[in-house]
Write a protein that binds this ligand. Structure first.
Ligand code: GLA
Length: 502
């Protein structure tokens, strides 16, 4: 949500003008999975989806928050903090206040509205983003409090492990704090030394949300950690990070079969990260892609944290022309996969996922592309902010009208969701015409938004057996081109077969 809209919502909720914006991004990990808590190497990048918090300092030690995602208030005093009986988003916020005070910082209260567009529970680290946005908000509210980004990351990590009770590694907080535009971040999770690595030209990172949620606090994550710790102990090293592939091979017989598998993944994954950094620096996208795919196979077969949904997303990606590599990202057990793809083939990949994935899994995917984003930051806002005027919501129009024709950059009014296809909205354009637009094309999650792409086309009449080229597909509608070059939308169910060439 745009900062101005957030400031307007802050005004509605708290009756005052906001003075700061604090923000932090989600992340994907390009390679180096389940290595951070083994004190090894990771290579994540911050994504353009963020948690944003707009607010103003208070004179007392109360923190008052309103989450626009959950439509829920939370308030706590900085002294005597304890987690809620029922786990809540507010625990991450309280945890940050707890960790910062435990480290000796004197904090001042604040009030804020929070909004995030990182899908929650999808493995894109919305919780680390919330934690870092909170650290930034405390910095914005407390004069003279200035933290180095890696200290901010450590405090956020302490909040999650010491207060919320999730024994995660440090990767998510490090990248949310230290991300750099256009770059991934190579992190040594033992020393926290880090280096930026530029993303190769001409390729895109496509994120595929499998729509199958995962629970990080789930026993499986802690089980894997414990297995890695046991393996390290049996091999006589402080952490699995301390073994090279050769050293591990020489000693593998020491371990029982399950621990051999787990340790093999970690040791080889660390080596793959180092190789991936070299490949990126050399602009070798083929090699980088192959390493990513090998990482997926290892997570699936040796570490056993993939899932049928993740495997399906990866398999579809890998069978699409222009895809160099694909893998699950994050803890696994559901959540998101990523693919490294030639920029020119992004929409082909998105289209294939939209079609094939629901057929294979019965689940609805979300596909989006992200550039590498900046790490957490805060800035002053200049009041007053005027609230935008929202037009009244119009009545539902149960017609079969085709999608609205509108141009990139055009501001149009979103009215109501289509009752039959929830991700399509009835909208009005600047001439007052009404039509449907898929939510994919919304730049802002607000009633007024700007189209980020041309949303051309009417419905295209087809005759049985006619061959068309598939251009895009969203929730039951496909944009196609016929032999005469005419483009239009058709209900996807009328298309009987699909090949990757279209
Ligand atoms: C989660 C944790 C991270 C890391 C990954 C697996 O995202 O929060 O610390 O362990 O899983 O690589």
């Amino acid at each position: 949500m745009h900062p101005e809209t957030l400031a307007a919502r802050f005004h509605e909720v708290f009756g005052a003008h906001a003075t700061f914006l604090a923000r932090a991004p989600g992340r994907v990990n390009l390679i180096g999975e389940h290595t951070d808590y083994n004190e090894g190497f990771v290579l994540p990048m911050a994504i353009e989806r963020e948690v944003r918090l707009v607010g103003r300092p208070r004179e007392d030690d109360w923190v008052r928050l309103y989450s626009l995602n959950f439509e829920e208030h939370a308030a706590f005093q900085l002294s005597g903090l304890h987690a809620s009986d029922v786990p809540s988003w507010a625990d991450y916020c309280k945890g940050v206040a707890w960790a910062m005070q435990e480290a000796g910082h004197t904090l001042r209260g604040f009030e804020a509205v929070i909004h995030g567009d990182i899908p929650i529970g999808s493995g894109l680290s919305s919780s680390a983003a919330l934690e870092l946005a909170m650290v930034m908000a405390f910095q914005a509210s407390t004069p003279a409090l200035q933290l180095a980004p890696s200290s901010a990351a450590s405090l956020a990590h302490r909040a999650e492990s010491g207060f919320v009770g999730v024994r995660c590694g440090i990767m998510d907080q490090m990248i949310a704090a230290l991300g750099v535009k256009g770059h991934a971040l190579f992190i040594d999770c033992r020393t926290l030394a880090h280096e930026t690595v530029p993303l190769p030209e001409g390729v895109a990172v496509v994120i595929i949300d499998t729509g199958a949620p995962r629970s990080l606090a789930s026993s499986a994550y802690n089980e894997r950690r414990a297995e890695c710790e046991s393996a390290a102990a049996l091999l006589g090293v402080p952490a699995l990070r301390d073994l090279t592939t050769e050293e591990f091979e020489a000693q593998r017989a020491v371990l029982p079969p399950l621990l051999t598998q787990r340790a093999e993944h970690v040791v080889r994954e660390n080596a793959r990260v180092l190789e991936a950094v070299e490949a990126m620096r050399a602009g070798d996208v083929q090699r980088l892609g192959a390493l990513m795919t090998a990482s997926h196979e290892s997570l699936r077969d040796l570490f056993e944290v993939s899932s049928p949904a993740l495997d399906a997303a990866v398999a579809i990606a890998l069978s699409t022309p222009g895809v160099y590599g694909a893998r699950m990202t994050g803890a696994g057990f559901g959540g998101c996969a990523i693919a490294l793809v030639d920029e020119a083939q992004v929409s082909m990949l998105a289209t294939r996922i939209q079609f094939e994935y629901p057929r294979r899994t019965g689940l609805t995917p979300k596909v989006f592309v992200s550039n590498a984003n900046e790490g957490a930051s805060w800035e002053k806002l200049t009041p007053p902010n005027t609230a935008p005027t929202h037009r009244a919501i119009a009545a539902h129009h149960p017609s079969v009208e085709p999608p609205l024709c509108a141009e990139r950059g055009e501001a149009i009014l979103r009215e109501i969701p289509d009752a039959e296809s929830p991700r399509w909205w009835w909208c009005r354009d600047k001439h007052g015409r009404r039509g449907r637009v898929h939510e994919h094309f919304f730049e802002e999650e607000d009633y007024r938004f700007v189209l980020r792409d041309d949303f051309c086309a009417q419905e295209l009449p087809l005759v049985e057996g006619e061959r068309v080229r598939l251009l895009e597909a969203y929730d039951g509608w496909a944009l196609v081109e016929n032999a005469h070059g005419e483009r239009g939308w058709v209900p996807a169910r009328v298309l009987v077969s699909l090949t990757s060439e279209g």
